[in-house]
Design a protein around this ligand. Sequence first.
Ligand SMILES: *[C@@H]1O[C@H](CO)[C@@H](O)[C@H](O)[C@H]1NC(C)=O
Ligand SMILES: *[C@@H]1O[C@H](CO)[C@@H](O)[C@H](O)[C@H]1NC(C)=O
Ligand SMILES: *[C@@H]1O[C@H](CO)[C@@H](O)[C@H](O)[C@H]1NC(C)=O
Ligand SMILES: *[C@@H]1O[C@H](CO)[C@@H](O)[C@H](O)[C@H]1NC(C)=O
Ligand SMILES: *[C@@H]1O[C@H](CO)[C@@H](O)[C@H](O)[C@H]1NC(C)=O
Ligand SMILES: *[C@@H]1O[C@H](CO)[C@@H](O)[C@H](O)[C@H]1NC(C)=O
Ligand SMILES: *[C@@H]1O[C@H](CO)[C@@H](O)[C@H](O)[C@H]1NC(C)=O
Length: 514
Amino acid sequence: MKLLLPVLLLANTAVAQGSARQPPNGPPVRHPGPPGGGQPGRPPSSTGHPSPPAPTDPSGPPAPPTGPGGDDFNPLEHLGANSPWFPGPNVFGIPRSAPEGCAVDQAVYISRHGSRYPDPGAYNGWLTLHDKLQNASFTARGPLAFLPDWEPVLDEPDQQLAQLSPGGYEELYTYGVELRTRYPGWYKYGSPFRVFSNDYQRTVDSARLFARGYLGPNATTLGTVHPILASDPSVIANSLATSDSCPTYNDRSGAGYADVWDSIYLPPIAERLNQLIDGDLELTPDNVSNFPYLCGFESQITRRRSPFCDVFTPEEILQYEYRQDLRYWYGTGPGSFNNASVMLPVIEGVVDLLKSGPETPVEGASSGPNITGPLTVAFTHDNQINQLVSSLGIFDEQPALTADSMNSSRIYVSSRNNPMRGTVTFERINCSGELYLRLLLNDAVYPVPSCRSGPGSSCPLDQYNDEVLAGKWEKAGTFESFCDLEEGSVTTSPDGGVTFFTDLTLPAIRSVQP
Ligand SMILES: *[C@@H]1O[C@H](CO)[C@@H](O)[C@H](O)[C@H]1NC(C)=O
Ligand SMILES: *[C@@H]1O[C@H](CO)[C@@H](O)[C@H](O)[C@H]1NC(C)=O
Ligand SMILES: *[C@@H]1O[C@H](CO)[C@@H](O)[C@H](O)[C@H]1NC(C)=O
Ligand SMILES: *[C@@H]1O[C@H](CO)[C@@H](O)[C@H](O)[C@H]1NC(C)=O
Ligand SMILES: *[C@@H]1O[C@H](CO)[C@@H](O)[C@H](O)[C@H]1NC(C)=O
Ligand SMILES: *[C@@H]1O[C@H](CO)[C@@H](O)[C@H](O)[C@H]1NC(C)=O
Ligand SMILES: *[C@@H]1O[C@H](CO)[C@@H](O)[C@H](O)[C@H]1NC(C)=O
C-alpha cells in the first residue's frame, strides 16, 4: 500500500510495523524500551517511498554530476535510498589518494546495510499492483509491454522480507575485500577483528558479510560482530541509532514538500504512460510513483536489470531522485530541525577516537584486540546515515531545497548520501605529525566549506572538533535538551560522544560470530 499511496503514507507514520527489533527510523521511541521497541512508522529504510538499490559495477568510472540524458545514464544511480551501492561521483574533483607527503593512519567507516528485499509494507504494495494488473484486461506498448506479464520477484517472501538480498551479499563481501586491500598493513594476517552494528537483523548480517570479505575463510573464528541495541537504557544517545532514545524525534518524511513535488512531477508521467496502454487499466500518479523503486529493488535482487528501469525517461528519473532528496532533507536531514542532530554523539565519538588514535584501549575486549586499531567499521540504516551526513558540516552552505522546483546543481543528493550500503568515511590524515580529518561519501571526498585549509581540502582535526563540531552542538544544544530528556540521562562521555567503540561492557552490546 504504501508504495502506491505515498502521500497518505507520509501523513500517517503511525502504521504499525513489524515485530522484532525495528530499525531505527521511525518516530521517537519514548524510552528505551524493550528490545523490540520500535519504531513506529515506516519500514526502516526508508521512507515512505520505497527505496531500493540496484546492482552496479563498482569499478566504473566516476559518474559526472547528475546530468540528464546521455547514453551512459544509469537510472540505478539516481534512485535515492533505493539505489544499490555505487561509488559516489567525485563532485568536488578531489583525488581520493592521500595528499602528497601525508598518510592515512586511521579511518572510521559507517555504512548503511547492504541491498535488501522489500519490507512487508512495500511488498504488499507490489502484490496489490500485481493483483490489479492481473484483474485488468489490457495491452501495453513500448517500455510498458512487459506489464501484463509482470510477476513480483520474491520466491520465499516469508523468509526474505526485510532481509539482505543477493545484491547485498555481493556489496558487503566486496566492501570487506576492498577495505582489506585499501589500507595495506593495517590488518595483521590471522589476527582477531571486530565490527559494530545496530542490533537489527540486516545490519548484523551486513557486518557479518563484511567481516567475511575482510577476513577471508577464517572469519567465523577471527571476527566478532558487536550489535548494539539502540533502545536499551544503557546506550541513551550512545548507539548507532540514537533516534531510538530521543522522544522528540519525529520523521515526517518531508511532508509538505515531497507531496507538493509529487503533485508537480508525477501527473505528466502518468499521462504519458497511459498513452501506451489499451484496455481497462488507467495508471494514476500514485500508481507510477513506485516504478523506479521496483527498478532498483528488482535489479539488485535478481542482478538483472528490471524492465521498470526503462519506464521513466532519464529526466523523469531525476525528478524521482529529487523527490527522495526532499523526503530526506526535510524528514531527517538539514531541513528537519534537530532530527539530524541526533547523530552528533556518533560524530563526536568518532572524532574522540581519531584524536586518541589507533592504540586507544577497548574495555571488555574479551574476544578481540584490546585496542581499537586503525580501522573501525559500523553498520546502521538509511536515516541514520542521512542524519550523519547532514550534521557533518559538508552541506552547511547549501540553500534549502524547494518543493516546487529542482536545483540540478545541488550538492545534497540522497542517491549519493544513503543508497544501499551508503558509507560515510572519516579518515585521519597525518602530514609530518599534523593531523587532519577528511570526509568521504561513498568514496568521494566532500570538503567542509568552513574548514578546508588542510592538504587535499581536509580540515585540521582539532579545528574540526573545536569549531565545526562545537558549532553544531552550540546550535543544537545537548542531546537531552533537544530530545527533551532529563539532564544527565545520556550514557555518552562528558563531551557527548558515543563510547561503544571503546567500551564493550555496556549491557546493550552483544557478540555474534560472522
Ligand atoms: C492506482 O492508484 C489508485 C489510487 O490512486 C488505486 O485505487 C488503484 O488500485 C491503483 N491501481 C494500480 C494498478 O495499482
Ligand atoms: C481481483 O479480482 C479478484 C476476483 O475477482 C478480487 O477478489 C480481487 O479483490 C481483485 N483485486 C483487486 C486488487 O482488485
Ligand atoms: C585458518 O584456520 C586454520 C585452522 O585453524 C589454520 O590452519 C589457518 O592457518 C588459518 N588461516 C588463517 C588465514 O588464519
Ligand atoms: C523533528 O521534526 C519535527 C517536525 O517535523 C519537530 O516537531 C521535532 O521537534 C523535531 N525533532 C527534533 C529532535 O528536532
Ligand atoms: C593488551 O594486550 C597485550 C597483549 O595482547 C598486552 O601486552 C597489553 O598489556 C594489553 N593491554 C591492556 C590495556 O590490557
Ligand atoms: C542551487 O545549488 C547550488 C549549489 O548548492 C547553489 O549554489 C545555488 O544557489 C542553488 N540555486 C538555488 C536557486 O537555490
Ligand atoms: C605522524 O607521522 C609521523 C611520521 O611522518 C610520525 O612520526 C608521527 O608519530 C605520526 N603522528 C601520529 C599522531 O600518529
